[in-house]
Write a protein that binds this ligand. Sequence first.
Ligand code: ATP
Ligand code: MG
Length: 254
Amino acid sequence: MDNNNDIIITTKGITKKFGDFIAVNRVDFEIKKNETIGIIGPNGAGKTTFLNLITGHFLPDEGHVFFNGKEITKFSTVKRVSLGIVRTFQLVHVFDNLSVFNNLALAYYRRKKGKPLPLGIFFFTLNQPSMMEDVKQSIEMFELGDIEDEMVGNLPLGSKKRLELAMAFAEDPNVLLLDEPFSGLSDHEIDEVITVLKKYTHNKTILIVEHKVSKLTDFADKLAVMHEGSIISYGKCEETLNDPEVRRCYWKVT
Ligand SMILES: Nc1ncnc2c1ncn2[C@@H]1O[C@H](COP(=O)(O)OP(=O)(O)OP(=O)(O)O)[C@@H](O)[C@H]1O
Ligand SMILES: [Mg+2]
């Protein structure tokens, strides 16, 4: 199936063990281009570990990972980022003592030059018209206009998360992986993040691990349920949630 042009990521039998414990157990998975896929499952089900196997933060003990049909199982994280496999890092790439605008400009600079840069040079290049245009567009898409001059350290978590997403999209990812992007946010802040995410669904491939199922099903094309290291169900959101196996293992109803 990996020569199918619609499929961007394939995993075949990937397994990750920690000692004797099998965190991810022979997972076969396919992600189609431009789909938004939600992954749910109880704590410890293996969701983060599965994401880390796709990004290369862990290498599998068994199995294979493919990107556009090409095997990338042994590729480093850096090499995968260069292919456009990008994940967010819970705000660690956001600079608290720079403004929203400058944080975004840094993200665009990183993409253009492929590396971080000394801050002195950064401020020197900041006024380049092409960079200004990209940053302005991004500020509009992510509804950051009201706070573009604010120091990031002074912002509430919801605004920081929108900035973090804007910075991830600035890298023009082919596959964006988000691990619990709504954690710590109020209902209102979650809805604001979803509003901007929706602008990218159907144009970007997004894999998103979340516990807030009702928020996920609002915009995900498909849902996968992980349980004890396995994907026990994967398909359209409603069908997956009504799958008897999911009802038994995840919702604990019969
Ligand atoms: N680096 C590690 N060393 C040892 N065990 C680990 C490591 N990372 C994860 N585990 C174990 O593997 C299992 C799966 O962890 P993982 O973080 O993938 O779960 P998760 O589905 O993301 O859970 P949560 O919803 O709580 O984030 C857990 O039992 C966890 O304790
Ligand atoms: Mg996790």
